[in-house]
Design a protein around this ligand. Sequence first.
Ligand code: NZQ
Ligand code: ZN
Length: 384
Amino acid sequence: MFNFTFQLPTLAIFGQGQIKKISQHIPKNARILVTTGGGSVKKNGVFSQVEAALADFEWIEFSGIEPNPTYETLMNAVELVKKENIDFILAVGGGSVLDGSKFIASAALFNGAPWDILAKHAPITETIPVATVMTLPATGSEMNGYAVISRKETGDKLSFASELVRPVFAVLDPTTTYSLPERQTANGVVDAFVHTFEQYMTYPVNAKIQDRFAEGVFQTLIEEGPKALQNPADYDVRANIMWSATMALNNILSVGVPQDWASHAIGHELTALYGLDHAQTLAIVVPSLMMHQKIHKRAKIIQFAQRVWQFNGENADEAVDYAIQRTREFFEQMGVKTRFRDYSIDDSQFSVILDKLEQHQGYNLGEHKNLDRQAVKEILYAAL
Ligand code: NZQ
Ligand code: ZN
């Protein structure tokens, strides 16, 4: 196991009826900006619960943060934050609303051009505190210090990381997810699965807790994901999925182990160019990347086959192929297609993807930093 330093400061407030508790965790004299997306929280009753909880607070709303939140929209919120002297941000919605809020919180107090936070990873020294009522189990953004922001003008989708944007608290009420469209339920399960994968599917370092926690998250998503599609209002199913997504990307799985993240890096370029949902891009890339990297990842793929997919044969090559096949089938079972052709995409723009990836990542991808332009090209072609 590698050395690590670990602290998880976000307060998780989990369960049905917990939204009202937010009033206990926001400073009484705060000037709050409540951020929302395209309206889902107004339709499913979440926003009215937030309104009731904030009855004694001073707050205004910024709505319209879109999926794959854009720099252009968020900079309007930054203006509002400055004008209204906002000193607390409450994000109510999915990962996009929360990621957007993390950027607003950073850009509003940033000394310099805010785009540099993303394009140059300019250090952030001060932010407005962010908290969330999370309505979409997927990103883990509710308990992590990451955000992913898109810029329409340039076709970029870039991330930044800072401990300062980890939410102060996260309300996780599984009943808020009953209203999710099937596609978003499925996307969330696939995204959380792939977060677990990026921190697990590398090479063994004898990190038994991290491995077994990851295997628990995989198994829970495999068991509960299809049930959520069949019975969207099953509380226990939704609760287990919600906590899986949080656990999948709050650093509990990543401490002390090598990480990959190549599927995410490639996936972000696919969203930026083709407009695919984040989880769709991962479902396309992961099976292809597993196949391409099956020698480097062999020991962990075999462990994954045995412990997650219950492979009990003797032949190691069969175990590897079985794990790749079952992973693809799981994404498909969730209704998230795994090949470019399923989305009517051909190879005509692959060179654009490869150029953008070079510009953003410099081909330093994978746990061995061995994925060069040629390797990514092969992974893309194998996913056609
Ligand atoms: O905009 P509204 O009207 O709120 O509707 C949203 C949106 O259309 C809807 N929705 C959310 N909660 C709902 C609901 N509809 C009904 N009932 C509910 N309870 O779902 C749609 C998608 O929402 P979005 O927030 O975009 O989805 P998600 O949470 O999957 O976030 C995706 C974004 O997060 C980034 C992705 O790249 C993408 O930009 N990621 C963030 C990460 C992080 N911060 O750590 C890591 C991830 O790997 C990922 O990259
Ligand atoms: Zn993701």
